[in-house]
Design a binder for this molecule. Structure first.
Ligand SMILES: [Zn+2]
Length: 264
């Protein structure tokens, strides 16, 4: 695998990566994954994302945002902290933001509040927006919809929804992130069909590591930790589903990602 790939969701602040940071990045680069977006999930985690991006400036970029799970911690200073961090040269998007009613780790009203503040921030700063939606499609569409005219680049990451939901997102002009969920022989089946509907200029690839280890890796890695070096495995599954060469899917999705995040 020599094609260049970009992992748009790498939770590198997770404690699972503290003992072997450099090895994880080396394996990613050897696998062709030579640019990665380190995903912010709270104000303090976003600060850490920037530190990591400064530590590995050849490889890492950062996002700054508050994940729906952590929306209940949104405070009086949070918006200003995100605004200040977003100015950093390694920060390429606002997020991870959005709605997750699957487990409601934060109350839905707190999620909606934090989501809308971050949409407004992306509009104000004219930055790409990295979004998460689970079991919250209707509210997600009704909150995001009115801002679409002011937003250029919005991605719904780790899409796992229905065909109707996918069509709605595509009609709204959104980009779609595909994770190793698609490699799951059971719960990924519908996604293996739906992915054909996503134009390659709207599709981006992601591991969501250390989460969502592709279930069909053989042999499964010890510890079951996902890492960016497995992104080519996700690419190959997507390529098989859409009936194209992996090299072509890699080239197209990487071009899409570079444009989306304004990478040089
Ligand atoms: Zn997410």
């Amino acid at each position: 695998m020599t094609a260049e790939l970009i992992d748009i969701c790498f939770n590198f602040t997770h404690s699972a990566f503290r003992d072997d940071e450099q090895e994880v990045l080396n394996r990613a680069i050897e696998a062709g994954v030579n640019r990665l977006m380190v995903t912010g999930s709270s104000a303090s985690e976003s600060r850490y994302c920037i530190e990591l991006a400064e530590r590995y400036p050849q490889t890492l970029y950062a996002t700054t945002g508050v994940h729906p799970h952590l929306s209940k911690d949104w405070g009086a200073q949070t918006l200003e902290q995100l605004r200040e961090m977003a100015n950093h040269e390694r920060v390429k998007a606002i997020g991870e933001a959005g709605l997750d009613y699957n487990r409601n780790y934060s109350p839905p009203d707190a999620q909606r509040f934090a989501f809308e503040r971050q949409i407004e921030l992306a509009c104000e700063l004219r930055m790409p927006l990295f979004l998460h939606e689970r079991d919250a499609h209707e509210d997600f569409v009704s909150i995001l919809g009115p801002y679409l005219g002011e937003l250029s680049n919005v991605v719904v990451h780790c899409f796992t929804g229905t065909g109707e939901q996918l069509d709605a997102y595509l009609n709204m002009g959104l980009h779609i992130g595909i994770t190793g969920w698609i490699c799951d022989e059971r719960r990924g089946q519908h996604l293996q069909q739906l992915v054909k509907r996503i134009p390659l200029n709207r599709m981006m690839l992601e591991t969501d590591a250390p989460y969502l280890l592709p279930r069909d890796l053989k042999p499964p890695p010890k510890g079951r930790r996902n890492e960016p070096a497995y992104l080519p495995h996700i690419l190959n599954t997507v390529a098989r589903c859409v009936g194209l060469d992996a090299a072509d899917v890699a080239a197209s999705t990487t071009t899409t990602t570079r444009k989306f995040y304004h990478l040089d």
